[in-house]
Design a binder for this molecule. Structure first.
Ligand code: BGC
Length: 369
């Protein structure tokens, strides 16, 4: 072959290699079976040095490997190695809770003059859709460009919620970011609130607590809670409180302050009122880990963000023989505010036939030198 032709062949191969780098590689395999024999699939999304594994049970993120400042890769989300512990899990590791993520007071709400009763699984309240919520369902997955899309059809009356809800959650890995797009439609008036419940530890799962990681939250206000962790309805300023994360602050800097809200939740477990315009993707939060140099940037279209410091993790036997303790991970759950169906002043979570619920959240991974 003439050297000039060889040059073109080389160029072609380079372009093809770049092309394949630009498109995340997605593969599918079986992760396990539920007791009734339903297969649970796992989808592996790989883009450059980032690998995400996501399974159809609860549409859960199983693992998320990202490089540190030296290029060393670690799994930065808490979870289990096999399916069995997920089937009895109360942490919601990596899941998409639903039909209503977070709490609904007294497990009831009124819509169009009719009262609906939900499953009480958190004292008197309903948490994350109840004990048979979306985090416990086997979703149907299909590979899409750069990722996977899961679909769940929740029948009319499922866990007490009205209307058949068809929900889609699409995970894609591109440009050093895991994007999660949620959509849903209904055949009767209902309420819906979807999020992702990953617990992050930017030094790596099982590497200790997250109290030294630096958090910024783009919120001037938050929604204080009562003893049942239900919002009081107030939108309180963060200024002058341990909830002021408008400048990067270590998560643990004020977590033990003598503050009623922190006492009630045994740490942080409150919803922030994001400053971004709802419906527009904007930066909600950023976490910097001085130890590894990993940086997590959270962008969302949602109006709220639950910041939860894993206050109820006590000796959870997790991946790789690791045992997770209190504050072993943090969750940044982009969402509508808790208990919105009972709080007329909060942004509405109602969905009507003919409307499409649509929200998006991006977890972007960077490193700081
Ligand atoms: C809630 C916590 C709860 C946890 C359960 C979080 O979204 O805010 O109160 O304990 O979910 O895993």
């Amino acid at each position: 072959m003439h050297w000039r032709n060889l040059r073109y062949v080389c160029l072609l191969f380079t372009l093809l290699a770049m092309g394949s780098q630009m498109e995340a590689k997605v593969t599918e395999s079986v992760f396990g079976k539920t007791p009734d024999g339903t297969a649970v699939d796992v989808y592996t999304l790989q883009d450059g040095a980032i690998t995400a594994r996501i399974m159809s049970y609860g549409a859960r993120v199983l693992s998320l490997e990202t490089p540190d400042r030296n290029g060393k890769v670690a799994d930065i989300v808490l979870g289990y190695d096999t399916l069995a512990p997920y089937l009895h899990d109360s942490t919601y590791f990596g899941s998409v809770p639903g039909r209503y993520a977070n709490r609904i007071a007294n497990a009831e709400f009124t819509l169009d003059g009719k009262q609906y009763h939900l499953i009480k699984n958190d004292g008197q309240n309903s948490l994350h859709g109840g004990s048979h919520g979306f985090a416990t369902k086997v979703w149907k997955g299909r590979i899409v460009p750069h990722g996977v899309e899961f679909t769940l059809v929740s029948p009319d009356g499922d866990s007490g919620y009205p209307g058949t809800l068809t929900a889609h959650v699409r995970y894609t890995l591109e440009h050093n970011a895991l994007k999660i797009e949620y959509s849903a439609t209904t055949d009767k008036d209902t309420v819906v609130n979807l999020t992702n419940h990953s617990y992050f530890n930017l030094s790596g799962e099982g590497s200790g607590n997250i109290l030294g990681e630096l958090l910024t939250v783009n919120a001037d206000r938050y929604t204080p809670i009562d003893a049942g962790l239900i919002p009081t309805g107030q939108l309180a300023p963060v200024a002058g409180t341990p909830f002021d994360f408008r400048k990067a602050t270590a998560i643990g800097a004020r977590i033990n302050d003598d503050n009623e809200q922190l006492h009630l939740a045994h740490g942080y477990d409150q919803n922030f009122v994001l400053n971004g315009k709802p419906g527009t993707l904007s930066e909600a939060a950023r976490v910097v880990d001085p130890n590894s140099g990993r940086v997590l940037v959270v962008k969302t279209t949602q109006p709220g963000l639950q910041f939860y410091t894993g206050n109820f993790l006590f000796g959870v036997k997790g991946k790789n023989g690791h045992v997770y303790q209190r504050h072993g991970g943090f969750a940044l759950e982009t969402q509508h505010f808790p208990d919105s169906p009972n709080q007329p002043k909060f942004p509405s979570t109602e969905l009507k036939p003919g409307q499409t619920y649509h929200e998006a959240t991006v977890f972007e991974f960077q490193v700081e030198r």
